[in-house]
Design a protein. Structure first.
Ligand SMILES: NC(=O)c1ccc[n+]([C@@H]2O[C@H](COP(=O)([O-])OP(=O)(O)OC[C@H]3O[C@@H](n4cnc5c(N)ncnc54)[C@H](OP(=O)(O)O)[C@@H]3O)[C@@H](O)[C@H]2O)c1
Length: 385
């Protein structure tokens, strides 16, 4: 029987497989969570921005009341949303979650992303031109406030989400309590080897979100669960494609949190501990990487915003990551492109993919992640992309 729990660097254990709850409707969350607990799930991945914490909490409470589980048997992850990055709002954000989900503590609390937004009731505050309004708070300050939550006993573990290598490294040089996990998008089309190896070397476990690559998320993208390579491996082990890609994650030592509201799939996704993929099959799956991302963390920003960022806040930044979007064209491989901006500053770009003239640009120091039009990049950097 394969190991069903992981041990964090701090000695705490956590179930390696959890139920994702993003896009579970409030009308379905209670029943889904109850069903998953009956099946055997003991780890539920939640977030304030998912908007269903109350209903998830009802499901957990019902199963505690029925005597199926005790509080200490279930591991609940929550996430601090981007509008609560100001240190004085961090505890407030957590307490709102605890109140909604009806728990006295969380087992794991993550910073949902390194990027803070303007505080307020609007989850995605935007300028009139449609670009996101950031709050200018350094994620280090937010994280330090999260450390205080551990000291107060409000959360058992803390971690991060959507952090890249540079952000993790910078955080590690500035924190007291190391994050236990970095929750990132990860599936065979986006294996994130470098980030996984880096986090692993620091004792931080990866949690793979979107592990099934959200089948059918786009009519123009291949469906991972219909990929002939995955089907071939699944046939060999007499398992389903979903079970193979979930097992793939656990064999990499990653926690994994597939979402489903369908009873048969909730069951199917849980039954991954009775087989083991061979090193050759793990290699085959690793070879499917194409750096294709389902989630582009932040929405399209206008040329005005990128001008603003490049000229002001990012003027002292020397390294920028360009990430891929779905529907990519052209550059399939990582390319390092040293560029100079109009002010003579040098930038090191890592281009993952360029898509229909738009490039997702992630600044790995202050973590702005923006889409930049090709025309603007051409103009700004005097270089033809
Ligand atoms: N930290 C972050 O920024 C972040 C971002 C995104 C997601 N997450 C977390 O990660 C979780 C998982 O990611 P995700 O929900 O985006 O994508 P996912 O788990 O890769 O895919 C979910 C989709 O797959 C379907 N599905 C589930 N099991 C299946 C199976 N065995 N066969 C065929 N289809 C199946 C589900 O349909 P049905 O529900 O209809 O069965 C649903 O449409 C989220 O729920 C959330 O908790 C975190």
């Amino acid at each position: 029987m394969a190991e069903q729990v992981v041990k964090f660097y701090n000695g705490n254990t956590y179930p390696i497989l959890g139920l994702g709850t993003w896009q579970i409707k409030t009308t379905e969350a209670n029943e889904t969570v109850k069903y998953a607990i009956d099946v055997g799930y003991r780890h539920i991945d939640c977030a304030s921005i998912f908007g269903n914490e109350y209903e998830v909490g009802l499901g957990i409470a019902a199963k505690i009341k029925e005597g199926v589980i005790k509080r200490e048997d279930i591991f609940v992850t929550g996430k601090l949303w981007n509008t609560h990055h100001q240190p004085n709002l961090v505890e407030f954000g957590l307490k709102k979650t605890l109140q909604l989900i009806n728990l006295e503590y969380l087992d794991l609390y993550l910073m949902h992303s390194p990027m803070g937004f303007q505080p307020g009731d609007i989850a995605f505050p935007k300028r009139r031109d449609g670009s996101i309004i950031e709050d200018g708070i350094d994620y280090i300050d937010t994280y330090r406030a999260m450390e205080g939550l551990v000291e107060k006993g409000l959360v058992k573990n803390i971690g991060i989400s959507n952090f890249n290598c540079q952000q993790v490294e910078r955080l590690l040089s500035n924190c007291t309590i190391k994050p236990v996990t970095n929750q990132i998008e990860c599936h065979p089309y986006l294996i994130e080897k470098e980030l996984s190896d880096f986090c692993n070397s620091k004792g931080i476990l990866i949690t793979a979100y979107c592990p099934l690559c959200k089948p059918g998320f786009s009519a123009n993208e291949p469906n991972l669960l219909e990929d002939p390579k995955i089907i071939a491996v699944a046939t060999k082990y007499k398992k389903t494609p979903a079970q193979v890609v979930l097992r793939y994650q656990t064999q990499r030592g990653h926690l994994v949190i597939p979402k489903s509201v369908t009873e048969s799939r909730i069951q199917e996704n849980f039954n991954i501990f009775d087989f083991e993929l061979s090193p050759e099959d793990m290699n085959t799956i690793n070879g499917m990487n194409s750096n294709t991302r389902v989630y582009v963390i932040f929405e399209l920003c206008t040329d005005t915003t990128i001008h603003h960022c490049l000229h002001n806040r990012m003027s002292n930044i020397r390294k920028i990551h360009l990430h891929c979007l779905p529907h990519p064209i052209a550059l399939n491989q990582l390319v390092d492109i040293p560029l100079k901006d109009l002010a003579g500053h040098h930038y090191n770009y890592m281009v993952h993919r360029i898509n229909h003239g738009y490039i997702c640009l992630c600044n790995c120091i202050c973590s702005l992640q923006l889409n930049v039009s090709k025309t603007l990049l051409d103009k700004f950097f005097h270089k033809d992309f």
